[in-house]
Design a protein around this ligand. Structure first.
Ligand SMILES: Nc1ncnc2c1ncn2[C@@H]1O[C@H](COP(=O)(O)OP(=O)(O)O)[C@@H](O)[C@H]1O
Ligand SMILES: [Mg+2]
Length: 165
């Protein structure tokens, strides 16, 4: 599934739909260059999981992980600055990324391998205000989730979201 958004609000809105659709724990990987919109999309997911609007959702660039409470516990990682060695272990990555809550991971490229079940969202800057978002899934439950999401998105007929067929 691949779509295009041409505003920050539309990308956040797409994240919101993902968050609202989440009825199971998932590890969601967010790939894309700096400024692609990973954190904007992550904020939408948080809101869709009912993390209150009074709680700011920002990039955990320096803290490596931010934790939120909504319909699920939400763990938002940004591995951009992860150092080699034991730092992943120090922040309890495995425990949170594969635990009972929803995990969002910016810069999953920093991990040794992506050989675990996940939903992958690749965000690319198409122009100053447009982004392409490609969704793919690894694992049965993740694949099912993605087809539910696509169905919902098509039903919504949001004119701001363009489809690549
Ligand atoms: N269509 C769009 N979707 C998301 N962000 C956009 C879009 N157009 C412009 N932007 C801008 O791109 C930046 C994305 O920032 P951010 O989400 O922090 O990126 P990342 O986390 O990938 O480094 C924001 O400044 C946002 O306003
Ligand atoms: Mg970010």
């Amino acid at each position: 599934m691949r779509v295009k958004t041409c505003s920050e609000e539309t990308t956040e809105g797409l994240g919101l739909l993902v968050g609202r659709t989440l009825d199971r724990r998932l590890t969601i990987l967010l790939q894309g260059e700096l400024g692609a919109g990973k954190s904007v999309f992550a904020r939408g997911i948080a809101r869709g999981l009912d993390v209150p609007a009074t709680i700011p959702v920002t990039s955990p660039t320096f803290t490596l992980m931010n934790q939120y409470t909504g319909r699920f516990n939400l763990y938002h990682f940004d591995l951009y600055r992860i150092a080699a060695g034991d730092e992943l272990e120090d922040i309890g990555f495995d425990e949170f990324a594969f635990g009972a809550g929803v995990a969002l991971v910016e810069w999953p490229e920093r991990l040794d391998a992506l050989d675990f079940d996940h939903l992958l969202v690749q965000i690319e800057r198409v122009s100053a205000s447009c982004r392409s978002l490609s969704f793919s899934a690894r694992g049965e439950s993740q694949t099912l989730f993605l087809s539910q999401l696509e169905k919902k998105l098509r039903l919504e007929e949001n004119p701001d979201i363009r489809w690549f067929e």
